[in-house]
Design a binder for this molecule. Structure first.
Ligand code: SLL
Length: 226
């Protein structure tokens, strides 16, 4: 018989911040043993806490489904750190399935991450997302590429047992400033919001200008037609 299901707490949700993504580096002549000759990059895909804090009190396992060109493409990581290092030559979508601890009685969280191996053509160094640590003077081949995302897992109406588990650890709010151990912070979030606001204003202005141009062209046409 199935174990009794713990009662859900209505009108309550608890969120837990998470980061996921990949880092990658071009391999030189030193390759891990067994790496096929055509493999050019060493990469790591992961799901972890924003400040590397333990997430295994609510995450039981993470399954990464790789491209079918890989042998045994379904890789199940059953204990922290929930990460996988591989070699390869191409970028592809990795399917990530996050399984929560049994007590949670929650469905699997299913999403995708595009594995990134190559630096963008024009990148601003040290942006919080998709950044390249592009230190001047460094060989381009040494650049570690990263494509890392911040998100929050929201547990709506958690059951009493899981709620206790979640509450047994601090809520891990983001630090207010950027720190060595955590590139995500309230400050960087605000800077990104400001950049988006400036972008929206610029697009609005351009739309307005184009509308005016169009109107005057239509008027001109009408005059010429008459
Ligand atoms: C591409 N659509 O063409 C993608 C496919 C496949 C990546 C990328 C190694 C697999 C092996 C590998 O990097 N696969 O071991 O053969 O770019």
């Amino acid at each position: 018989m199935a174990p009794p299901v713990s009662k859900r707490i209505k009108t309550l949700s608890v969120s837990r911040p998470i980061i996921y993504g990949n880092t990658a580096k071009k391999m030189g002549s030193v390759k891990p043993p067994n790496a096929p000759a055509e493999h050019t990059h060493l990469w790591t895909i992961f799901v972890r806490g924003p400040q590397n804090e333990d997430v295994s009190y609510f995450i039981k396992k993470v399954v990464f489904k790789l491209h079918d060109t890989y042998p045994n493409p379904v890789r199940s990581i059953e204990a922290p750190p929930f990460e996988l290092t591989e070699t390869g030559w191409g970028e592809f979508d990795i399917n990530i399935k996050v399984y929560f601890v049994d007590e949670a009685n929650e469905k699997v969280l299913n999403f995708y991450h595009r594995l990134r191996l190559h630096p963008y053509a024009n990148t601003t160094p040290n942006t919080s997302n998709g950044s390249e640590q592009n230190t001047p003077g460094r060989n381009a081949n040494d650049v570690e590429v990263s494509s890392i995302y911040f998100d929050e897992i929201v547990f709506n109406e958690p059951n009493e047992e899981f709620f206790k588990i979640l509450m047994s650890r601090p809520g891990n709010v983001l630090p207010s400033n950027k720190t060595e151990s955590c590139v995500y912070s309230k400050q960087l979030e605000q800077e990104e919001i400001d950049r988006i606001d400036i972008g929206i204003e610029k697009v609005d202005r351009e739309i307005h200008e184009l509308k005016q141009k169009l109107e005057s062209l239509i008027k001109q046409e009408a005059i010429n037609g008459n």
